[in-house]
Design a protein around this ligand. Sequence first.
Ligand code: MRU
Length: 366
Amino acid sequence: MKIDGTAYRTIWPAQDGWSVEIIDQTRMPHDFAVARLTDLDEAAHAIRAMLVRGAPLIGATAAYGVALAMRADPSDAALEEAGTRLLATRPTAVNLRWALERMRARLAPLPPAARAEAAYAEAAVVCDEDVAINRAIGEHGAALIREAARRKAPGEPVNVLTHCNAGWLATVDWGTALAPVYVAFEEGIRLHVWVDETRPRNQGASLTAWELNRHGVPHTVVVDNTGGHLMQHGMVDLCIVGTDRTTATGDVCNKIGTYLKALAAHDNGVPFYVALPSPTIDWGMADGVRDIPIEERDAREVTELTGVTADGRIETIRVTPAGSPAVNYGFDVTPARLVTGLVTERGVCPASAEGLAGLFPERSGV
Ligand code: MRU
């Protein structure tokens, strides 16, 4: 996406030809800073500390993390070690495991001396594929927005509600849930996005709002508990969210709070769509509520708030009493029955084993 006339992706090979650059998302929206990754440790840290985040970008960063590890030591032991270390960084987004398995399958058969170059090339392909997939999701999802626009009174915008950040910052480019918004907006469809703030880390308020603001897409930030009220009053035409792992049966794991939005949408007859690239599908899993590992992060993300002061300093303050314990579940699972449709790079399908198998016949029964 273009920022001040410069086209950015969220991760790219640096000028030196071997290190990797990313946008440090922990500093946003206050600061747009580029960080450099030079080894496996830095790549693992970037994922764990969420300098990069969002399922597809986590996968892409892991792929480059393997390349950095192979540059330092292309042995079998180092390849295993890189996979183990990177896989342990975050548990929920299955794109991480997908990218590591893909890198291993590509590199393990090669002689060690050939691995570093092949790893950089494969990581670049992972990134390019992600961009193409997300653009296709954008085209398929925009048809849903177009359809909603036909039902609106002339001049009335289509109101889309989204949760967390599944925009271009969560992927290599374009985003998943926001790709349809960008495509529809470029087409000239009048739309407006309700942006859930997405406590505790505020990916909606800080990242989605930043993206939409930069791209001129009309939007309004709301606190997480507002969605039900908006839907009861006819102020949401459709919800589109991303996902960190979707089972082969269509259960959707996404940022904590997504399930409550799906319940509210169901109760109010609002279509609830989930946009996902196929590497986010866990083909070996059938029961998302029971089996998807839910990340628990530091409770201080709940007990504290970080923001920028009037004079531009980034500050963290405590918002709970010192003695009150807190717990921080990062994700929840929305059962397939609450999902109107899955928007993939191959089209839109019902959230069911049959729906997914119809679009990805080569994977059904895996
Ligand atoms: O904890 P995060 O910020 O990595 O969580 C991100 C999300 O939950 C996104 O909605 C999801 O990864 C889809 S991103 C295209």
